[in-house]
Design a protein around this ligand. Structure first.
Ligand code: UD1
Ligand code: UDP
Length: 365
């Protein structure tokens, strides 16, 4: 059992962190562990933020730092100062962060200078592309963390390759499996998203693209959209694209045209998005979480990036890396469209949150 006055602070700030920490928050509630929820405010639009708190039935944050958007330095710096202030006030024993955003980096650095343990959920992911801000965030966070919660043996090996202490490494599976398992049936029962958008199950392709390296570069974003258009024509299919605000802003700024068979819609809530994933014949994405969910749900995935920090999805045959060259996108999509989905989900059995809190409990005794 965890020591009864052990106090956990959970720092989060963006859509994927809210989703992937939901099972950890629930596990704290189940075990009656005292926890403080600190929201950096990196994401603040309702459709990226509050909709997930409501739908996943999460408690309101104890602290809302409302940092908002900005350059990397500005955003991270402001979060760092604010998180430190809260941690000095709350004095937790352990701080948990998840993933690779600027909120994670700020949480980890703030905690690293204080007498508190740091747990990194989703440790050990590597794209080996230092141009990605997310790669810097994950590497730095792993190197200051006391608990490295690696989702797979592959990510644990990357940590070992960097000489991180074996005693800090725990292979837990990915909490995204917990989230999918908890909401999959509810999504199938409750969501009306297919009717709402006039889609038939198995008869459309789902697209998400929001990565800075794709959408902030006019040429790459254009190549990506041209490739998606070729997929729609070759497979004779509709494409639905719930568009992240970063991508929508760039699309407008660059005056790029949305291909005819691509239906642009607002970002979806979790149940509707899960239902879109489940019912899609194919998923095209540059998202990390969506690559994982596709492999969990048994839907073939094509990743619109030059690298991935989720090589497990490729190894099991669930995913293919194609970059943003239009013909490579079309060829990869045609190939994956015909693939059978008989792979095994590489991200664990949906008990990651239990394992994470078990590890914290063991050390706090
Ligand atoms: C961030 C993460 C990225 C993650 C993504 C999840 C970093 C460096 N990047 O990218 O790894 O995949 O979250 O979705 O941490 N905006 C809104 N409303 C919001 C938030 C943002 O309109 O609630 C717009 C603003 O114009 C903002 C832009 O989106 O400038 C980018 O937001 P930001 O938080 O900087 O990065 P993301 O692209 O969301
Ligand atoms: N997601 C969602 N609605 C959407 C798009 C994505 O609920 O319209 C969820 C998706 O199910 C996954 C997570 O958001 O769990 C992925 O977040 P995102 O792609 O923003 O970030 P990344 O995983 O790339 O960091």
């Amino acid at each position: 059992m965890i020591h009864e006055d052990h106090h956990v602070a959970i720092v989060l700030g963006t859509r994927p962190e809210i989703i992937k920490l939901s099972s950890v928050i629930r596990e704290c509630q189940k075990r009656k562990i005292q926890f403080t929820l600190i929201h950096t405010g990196q994401h603040y639009s309702d459709e990226l933020d509050s909709v997930f708190f409501e739908q996943l039935e999460l408690p309101a944050p104890d602290y809302q730092l409302a940092v908002g958007s900005g350059s990397h330095g500005e955003q991270t710096g402001e979060m760092l100062a604010e998180i430190e202030r809260v941690l000095l006030d709350v004095e937790p024993d352990t701080v948990l962060v998840q993933g690779d955003t600027n909120s994670v980096l700020a949480g980890a650095i703030a905690a690293s200078k204080l007498p508190v343990d740091i747990g990194h959920v989703e440790a050990g992911l590597r794209s080996f592309d230092r141009e990605m801000p997310e790669e810097t965030n994950r590497v730095v966070t792993d190197h200051v963390a006391d608990y490295l919660f690696a989702p797979t043996e592959t990510s644990a090996d990357y940590l070992r390759d960097e000489d991180l202490d074996e005693e800090r490494i725990y292979v837990t599976g990915n909490t995204v499996v917990d989230a999918v398992r908890e909401h999959q049936a509810l999504a199938a029962k409750k969501s009306t998203v297919l009717e709402d958008f006039g889609l038939d199950s198995g008869e459309f392709v789902l697209l998400t693209a929001h990565r800075a390296e794709n959408v902030d570069d006019r040429e790459r974003f254009d190549g990506l959209l041209t490739g998606v258009e070729r997929v729609a024509v070759d497979l004779d299919t509709e494409v639905i694209y719930p568009i992240h605000p970063r991508a929508k802003n760039r699309l407008d700024e660059f005056e790029l045209e949305v291909p005819e068979r691509v239906q642009l819609v607002e970002p979806q809530d979790y149940l509707d998005f899960l239902e879109l994933e489940r019912a899609a014949s194919l998923i095209l994405t540059d998202s990390g979480g969506v690559q994982e969910e596709a492999s969990i749900l048994g839907v073939p995935c094509v990743t619109l990036r030059d690298n991935t920090e989720r090589p497990e999805t490729i190894d099991v045959g669930a995913n293919r890396l194609v970059g943003v060259d239009p013909n490579a996108i079309r060829d990869g999509a045609v190939e994956m469209y015909e693939t059978s989905s008989a792979w095994e989900n590489p991200f664990g059995d949906g008990t990651a949150a239990e394992r994470i809190l078990e590890a914290v409990a063991d050390r706090s005794e």
